[in-house]
Design a protein around this ligand. Structure first.
Ligand code: NDP
Length: 353
């Protein structure tokens, strides 16, 4: 028998869609994904340390709650709790993996089923769809929610990989206020609107030091108004015609960058306590093989205002795979909820019991 709804993706959008679909008795089936970098179990948040901006998770003894809520056989997956105390009591924000394990647990509590496999194609089959996975049998479904997210682009340097979460990040809004960056000079790589936004965010944090923008050309791609914002900010210095050759650190944390001039190849050292990469994102859509309409940047198009419908009736999209603008965990969760409600109404209209 065909599934009522198959959800592809296991980040905030996927689990929120599952929670809502399960509570509407749609018995959702989630493809969690296994393959880096496209189909990462638990999504991009699995790469983040503390998440300070997800509503409902203030600082506190978060681990005590998580250990009581998440199934014992999945707790091995949790990172060590931060060693941060206030008045002798653990006191820290929820970590990305913890938040995602909580969302997954909430979906499982309402009888969501999960397959750890990668979807490689979706075929139209009669009134519904056939979901083809890398291994395992094809799954028939009346509706599909695509919630596969988008991955941040990185420079691709081995030293950058070594220092991810130890001074290298692709999200200043998520990570910039963490203690490892606080009060230190920092670098933002990129010259688009995102890079300016990240640099401004960091420069406006309480106690911020100098923020360097590393720009590979002699001009920026960002809109004029954003460029002016960067140029006029007293804490932001733009280093033109420069690329990062190496991230330097002491093994634990970043303490500098080796920059190369794109004009004469000369090398210089820059002392910074962190590097934020803001050189764009890539939506995880290759498994769709071009079947859904996308915008010019490859993100799935929502075809109705304030709805999660796509160009194929019965396929809905949620989260960063369809959002190149907000890209926050909370907005992804919000559109995941919307997609589940859209599916529920679609199935009622189609008379699927
Ligand atoms: P963009 O594609 O606009 O910019 C990417 C930037 O990264 C470019 O400056 C590019 O340089 C640079 N870059 C790419 N690869 C490298 C590399 N290997 N080394 C160094 N630099 C590199 O992406 P954004 O994420 O900035 O923006 C995405 C979209 O979101 C845009 O449409 C933007 O307008 C929008 N947005 C709007 C905001 C707002 O209105 N407030 C805020 C944030 C985003 P180069 O220019 O040389 O190619």
């Amino acid at each position: 028998m065909a599934e009522k709804v198959v959800i592809i993706g296991s980040g905030p959008a996927g689990w929120s869609a599952a929670i809502y679909a399960a509570r509407a008795s749609l018995s959702p089936l989630v493809f969690e994904g296994t393959v880096k970098p496209e189909m990462i179990p638990l999504g991009q948040l699995a790469f983040t340390t503390e998440v300070e901006n997800y509503p409902g998770f203030p600082f506190g003894n978060v681990r005590a709650f998580i250990e009581s809520a998440v199934a014992k056989d999945r707790q091995w997956n949790l990172p060590p709790a931060p060693d941060s105390k206030k008045d002798g009591v653990p006191h820290y924000a929820v970590q990305g993996v913890e938040l995602m394990e909580l969302m997954k647990q909430q979906a499982l509590n309402f009888d969501t089923r999960v397959i750890g496999d990668d979807v490689v194609d979706i075929e139209v089959s009669g009134d519904g769809f056939r979901i083809i996975a890398a291994s395992g049998e094809p799954v028939e479904a009346h509706t599909v929610i695509v919630a596969t997210g988008a991955r941040a682009n990185y420079l691709g340097l081995p030293s950058e990989e070594e220092y991810k979460n130890k001074g290298v990040s692709a999200c200043a809004v998520c990570d910039g206020a963490l203690p490892i960056y606080r009060g230190k000079p920092l670098a933002v790589v990129g010259a688009g609107d995102s890079a300016v936004e990240e640099a401004s965010y960091l420069a406006n944090l309480k106690g911020a030091d100098k923020i360097y923008m590393i720009v590979r050309r002699d001009q920026m791609r960002a809109s004029k108004i954003m460029q002016e914002r960067a140029k006029n900010h007293p804490n932001i210095e733009i280093l033109w015609n420069s690329v990062v050759d190496e991230v330097v650190g002491d093994g634990n944390l970043v303490n500098g960058l080796k920059l190369r001039s794109t004009v004469d190849d000369s090398i210089s050292d820059l002392e910074v306590g962190g590097m934020f990469v803001a050189i764009g994102h890539t939506p995880n859509t290759s498994f769709l093989n071009g079947k859904l309409d996308t915008n010019e940047k490859g993100y799935i198009k929502w075809t109705k205002p304030f709805r999660t419908n796509t160009s194929i009736e019965g396929i809905f999209a949620a989260g960063d795979v369809a959002d190149d603008y907000y890209r926050q965990a909370i907005t992804s969760a919000g559109t995941g909820c919307m997609a589940a409600l859209d599916v529920e109404r679609y199935l009622v209209d189609k008379g699927v019991e």
